[in-house]
Design a protein around this ligand. Structure first.
Ligand SMILES: [Zn+2]
Length: 312
């Protein structure tokens, strides 16, 4: 009996080591720990979640209740980005606070064009790219073209593919999982785009005015005309002189609606709308900005319902 036990010792030892290795907490955590991802804004965070699902922990820096151009990151944002596996942002100059935040974090991998910085403007067909040099000194904040590209749901096709490729690159073990989730999202997006186009078919060719120049991609998707804003320049609040210009403009144009997100004052929009018998509609810029806009699809459901009703 004793000799049999001695003969089995190496085998038992091997099994024991195997068991301990398989139960090692570090190993279990390494295999199951979700990727830590920080996105600049809620819509991007939602797209990352749609692709990464339970393999990612994602949070957004900017509250959707505020203008995305002018966010003040907090110390907790610096801490979260410092620990992030990936930083997802709009690139361009939509989030002008992003570069100073990354400087404070100090990880070159996360800087623009760094391997852990995912710039979602990559591959997007930009609108309103200036054909002459513009500077911030003149008040402009859309220096590289209009950065509000997320407002066209067609652009989510590109963003979701870019997100899926990046997640596959940094977490190749789960590549097929990300691939499948992206495929499911894109299939649903195809069906929703057909539904939204149908809901807003009567909007084609109609003219709207927006508060800020953040609607151009949305208008492009629907075939709307949107050439004027209440702001005389992006980021410059409405002035009496510009209001007078718009009053003259609307006399010669059939403007049917004035649109703005929730964080701009409605009073100027309502004043102009009253003069011309137009409607004022809330068009959100981000997921979570208004009740019932908790994810990408409900966000666009809300916006297309708003514009459809305003232009009836
Ligand atoms: Zn803007």
């Amino acid at each position: 009996m004793k000799s049999i036990m001695i003969k089995r010792l190496p085998y038992l030892f091997f099994l024991g080591v195997l068991f301990l290795f398989s139960m090692s907490p570090e190993r279990v955590m390494a295999a199951e720990k979700p990727l830590e991802i920080v996105a600049t804004q809620a819509l991007f965070a939602d797209l990352v979640k749609q692709v990464g699902q339970d393999k990612v922990d994602v949070r957004a820096i900017a509250s959707p209740k505020f203008n995305i151009h002018f966010i003040q990151p907090r110390p907790s944002d610096v801490r979260d980005v410092t620990q992030a596996d990936l930083y997802v942002n709009a690139g361009l100059d939509l989030e002008a606070w992003s570069d100073p935040l990354l400087e404070a974090v100090g990880r070159p991998q996360l800087f623009r064009r760094g391997e852990r910085n995912l710039d979602l403007s990559s591959g997007i067909r930009l609108l309103k790219v200036p054909d002459h040099p513009v500077t911030r000194a003149e008040g402009d904040i859309h220096l590289f073209g209009n950065p509000h590209f997320q407002m066209n749901p067609e652009n989510a096709r590109i963003m979701v593919r870019v997100i899926s490729e990046k997640l596959k690159e940094i977490d190749p073990v789960n590549a097929s999982y990300y691939e499948e989730n992206a495929k499911v999202f894109l299939g649903r997006l195809d069906r929703k785009i057909a539904e939204w186009k149908s809901l807003c078919a009567h909007c084609v060719g109609k003219e709207i005015i927006s508060y800020h120049d953040d609607i151009v991609y949305f208008a492009d998707f629907l075939g709307l005309k949107a050439d004027q804003e209440l702001e005389p320049k992006p980021g410059i609040p409405p002035t009496p002189k510009h209001f007078q210009f718009l009053e003259d403009y609307v006399k010669e144009h059939q403007v049917k609606a004035i649109v703005l997100p929730t964080y701009f004052s409605r009073s100027t929009a309502e004043k102009l709308a009253k003069r011309i018998g137009a409607k004022v509609a809330t068009i959100c810029q981000n997921v979570g900005e208004a009740p019932g806009t908790d994810d990408f699809f409900s966000f666009f459901d809300y916006n297309f319902k708003q514009i459809s009703e305003a232009l009836q």
